[in-house]
Ligand binder design. Structure first.
Ligand code: GLC
Length: 734
């Protein structure tokens, strides 16, 4: 986010002419308030939907008829700096008011949750990260930026880059998994894709790193719960993605709901000012999460709204999302000396600079021609194809016994499971702008390619199982494709689960299918890693297809029919049972590493290792690794390994490089991912993969937040997942 000297001068000139009220107005983010159309307060309506007094559809019908306040008068008076709206015509209207009717003609920055696509929805992050494809991450983000701008949105509340190690937390679906290195590559690529194409204002938006910070470490995997950790853990595990994204130029960030070591991140001067702004150098501003400032009273860190507002702005929180606390209390706080004008000016300078960098002062409007590209089910050229590429690369083959896959087009296929036909379920959490006409269900995808496909709903993630239908489904066919998993509503925000096994009667359905003796291909549609102990033991084939976006059905059919060989890997470990959570590969060794012996770090009633580890994923072919070499140079280790396609079809392998710092002044993980590369290999082909480990990246932070590089023995691991690797030792000096 670089400004020209002229742009900087304009920001300073504006700042010098602004009244205190106008400055505070820039720090106020509004969303279209629901002001009527029903006879209960909006909060009560939410409760009624949550406790089932009204259905989700009834709620949405009421909402669609509700009247909204778009705060036109406040915009005119300079009391609003930002709005959250996804309608291009409304955004043009409000920008016109801001630019032509307010005293200083300052445009609005329009934010929205464009997390994994806007109209052309691609896989949820936990899936896309498993593609291990930096270019793909960047291309999909760029597409999302173009589509957001085309709707008047110039600021997206993305990328979500929270490390998550506990899949009971529903928001594991929204982020890039458990590993800081892969997640940092994902974060960097997303910033490049969202922000770097500044040639035309139509092609870039301001990113917003969230949720800052350590939100994914919520105790017991329960959303919004407390987080506590050492300074070293914070810097080694939860901060790296944010550090990487700011290095890549990220403009803004969003403070997270959770308290961290006793201080809510909304009012945390250490994380906001000391680390994010002073140490990392965030160039833009920090916004609260929805209602975050008000919740600091509930946290018990602030006596009242005014006190929460004082603590937040002094801690470095520049913009208030949705509570009006800044709008209602900052004037008095400044006049009483509890907040200095320097603090206000710093916040407003950051906000104005971001708007200036976005080119909003010159032209924030969406043209009719641009809007036409999205009329009905229209999408710009190439967008649907990119969502399909991302979907195909994100599918993970977990098991394929007796080579049941790939299927043949000549086979008679019975498809079971309510999720199979539900095109509304393919896009996953935080996707709200797709057109259902563009969404391909798994059933649609298979029917398009295979002549003899019969569908039997039988059972879904909720409700009963239709045994009669199931009996039919398990007869008179060559193979059963069972589509099971979670509803989109079962992952994402406020969707933590204590039991992460397949919900409802789906497992019972699978047991009956297996008992029928028919070959069963199980396809998972889910937003989090699931506890699959029984499934791994009893099902011959398991395909993890997550929520892949609008072209999900096409991608799944291509993999099931062998048109493409699956290449996706897991960005997050899968447990056998829920009680193993949190579970992750990059854990310390402990003094008694888990083993069969009693007095070791293990369970009496469950495995201690992950069922499917980070980085795991099969192909329709097999790969062998040989000839691992490690060469040490001044600044880096160069690692080479020969990888051979030893199977009968072409395939793509993600070669992963891990390291272990064997002895250090703090215990270190048994493995840490440090590089990866993908190889396309024909049958019988061997290629040499070259991976790099920069010495400066081999260190860690201690409990003073100091980065240490310590000479000593390192183990270098290379393989196709975090468990099955070749290993070489290297004595390294820094
Ligand atoms: C939500 C989410 C955050 C989102 C924001 C605006 O509560 O925590 O991820 O960006 O509100 O919708």
């Amino acid at each position: 986010m670089k400004l020209t000297d002229a742009q900087k001068a304009k920001v300073e000139d504006l700042l010098s002419r602004m009244t205190l009220e106008e400055k505070i107005g820039q720090m106020n983010l509004e969303s279209p308030s629901i002001v009527g159309g029903f006879d209960v307060p909006f909060e009560e309506l939410i409760e009624m939907m949550t406790d089932g007094r009204i259905s989700k559809d009834e709620f949405e019908n009421i909402m669609s008829s509700a009247t909204r306040d778009f705060h036109e008068d406040d915009i005119r008076a300079g009391r609003v700096g930002s709005m959250m709206i996804d309608d291009p015509k409304k955004n043009n209207e409000l920008q016109k008011i801001a630019l032509e009717e307010s005293r200083l003609e300052i445009p609005l920055i329009i934010g929205f949750d464009v997390i994994h696509g806007f109209r052309s929805v691609y896989p949820i992050a936990i899936a896309e990260a498993g593609a291990f494809d930096r270019d793909l991450f960047e291309k999909t983000a760029h597409m999302a930026a173009v589509e957001a701008r085309a709707h008047g949105i110039n600021w997206t509340f993305a990328p979500m880059i929270d490390i998550a190690r506990d899949s009971r937390w529903g928001r594991v679906s929204e982020g890039p998994g458990e590993d800081p290195y892969l997640a940092s590559c994902f974060a960097r690529a997303k910033i490049r894709g969202l922000q770097n194409d500044t040639e035309s204002p139509e092609n870039y938006v301001a990113a917003c790193l969230k949720h800052y910070v350590a939100y994914g470490a919520c105790e017991s995997g329960r959303d919004y719960n407390t987080t506590s950790m050492s300074v070293s853990q914070l810097h080694n595990v939860y901060l790296p993605t944010f550090k990487a994204a700011v290095e890549e130029g990220a403009a803004t960030a969003m403070a997270s709901f959770n308290d961290l070591n006793g201080v809510p991140c909304t009012v945390n001067p250490y994380t906001l000012r000391t680390v994010l702004k002073d140490l990392y150098g965030l160039p833009g501003f920090v916004v609260s999460d929805a209602n975050g400032i008000k919740e600091c009273v509930t946290h018990g860190i602030a006596e009242d709204d005014a006190d929460a507002g004082r603590q937040a702005v002094n801690a470095g929180l520049d913009m208030d999302m949705g509570t009006h606390i800044y709008k209602d209390h900052l004037t008095e706080l400044v006049e009483s000396g509890k907040v200095t004008m320097d603090v206000i000016d710093d916040a407003v300078r950051r906000i104005l600079s971001t708007k200036m960098w976005l080119g909003l002062f010159d032209n924030p409007y969406v043209t009719e021609e641009t809007m036409k590209q999205y009329e009905g089910a229209n999408l710009p050229e190439g967008h649907a194809e990119l969502t399909l590429e991302a979907a195909e690369k994100s599918i993970v083959l977990l098991k394929n016994e007796n080579q049941i896959l790939p299927l043949k087009r000549s086979q008679k296929i019975n498809v079971v499971g309510a999720l199979a036909e539900n095109a509304k379920e393919v896009c996953g959490a935080w996707s709200m702008n797709w057109n259902e006409e563009n969404c391909v269900s798994i059933l649609d995808g298979l029917k398009k390619e295979v002549e003899d496909v019969t569908y039997y709903p039988c059972c879904g993630p909720e409700g009963e199982m239709n045994e009669e239908e199931l009996a039919k489904a398990a007869s008179d066919c060559d193979v059963v494709v069972a589509v099971v998993g979670e509803l989109v509503s079962m992952s994402g925000e406020a969707s933590s689960k204590a039991n992460i096994e397949l919900p409802g009667m789906q497992k019972e359905m699978l047991k009956k299918l297996i008992a029928s003796g028919k070959p069963v291909v199980t396809v998972l549609m889910n937003g989090r890693p699931l506890a699959l102990g029984w499934e791994a033991e009893n099902l011959p084939v398991i395909v993890e297809s997550w929520h892949l976006g609008i072209k999900m059905g096409t991608a799944v059919a291509a993999v099931l029919l062998g048109d493409i060989s699956p290449s996706g890997k897991l960005a997050s470990s899968f447990p056998s049972v829920s009680g193993q959570c949190p579970i992750y590969y990059n854990h310390p060794k402990t003094g008694r590493p888990g083993s069969k012996s009693k007095f070791t770090s293990r369970y009496l009633d469950a495995p201690f290792e992950a069922l499917y580890p980070f980085g795991y994923g099969l192909s329709y072919t097999t790969f062998t690794y040989d000839n691992l070499k490690v060469r040490e140079a001044e600044e880096e280790l160069t690692v080479t390994v020969d990888v051979r396609n030893a199977g009968a079809v072409a395939g793509t392998e993600t070669v992963q490089l891990y390291m272990q710092d064997v002895t250090a002044s703090l215990v270190r993980p048994v493995k840490e991912l440090k590089d990866f590369t993908k190889l396309d290999l024909d049958v019988g082909e061997t290629k040499t993969a070259t991976l790099t480990l920069k010495k400066k990246d081999m260190g860690f932070y201690d409990n003073d937040g100091k980065y240490l590089l310590e000479d000593g023995l390192f183990r270098i691991y290379v393989g196709g997942n975090s468990r099955d690797c070749l290993c070489e030792e290297a004595g390294v000096t820094f």
